[in-house]
Design a protein around this ligand. Structure first.
Ligand code: SF4
Length: 62
């Protein structure tokens, strides 16, 4: 179970469009996140995603 709380200083993040992003602090507010790849054979950082991301813009896709 993922729990939202204050900024988690163990998880740095700059994805400001995520509803779990903590304001100006550039940290995640979840206690843990799920990271995965969308590639069969990941070779670079762009192959890896935060699967805990949720768009904070209601009714819009980011
Ligand atoms: S859930 Fe993922 S994308 Fe969203 S703030 Fe946390 S680390 Fe960043």
């Amino acid at each position: 179970m993922y729990t939202e709380g204050p900024a988690n200083y163990h998880i740095h993040c700059t994805v400001k469009d995520c509803k779990y992003h903590k304001g100006d602090e550039n940290y995640c507010s979840l206690d843990t996140i799920n990271v995965a790849t969308h590639e069969a054979n990941p070779t670079d950082v762009k192959c890896v995603d935060c699967r805990s991301f949720e768009c904070k813009h209601h009714g819009m896709s980011c």
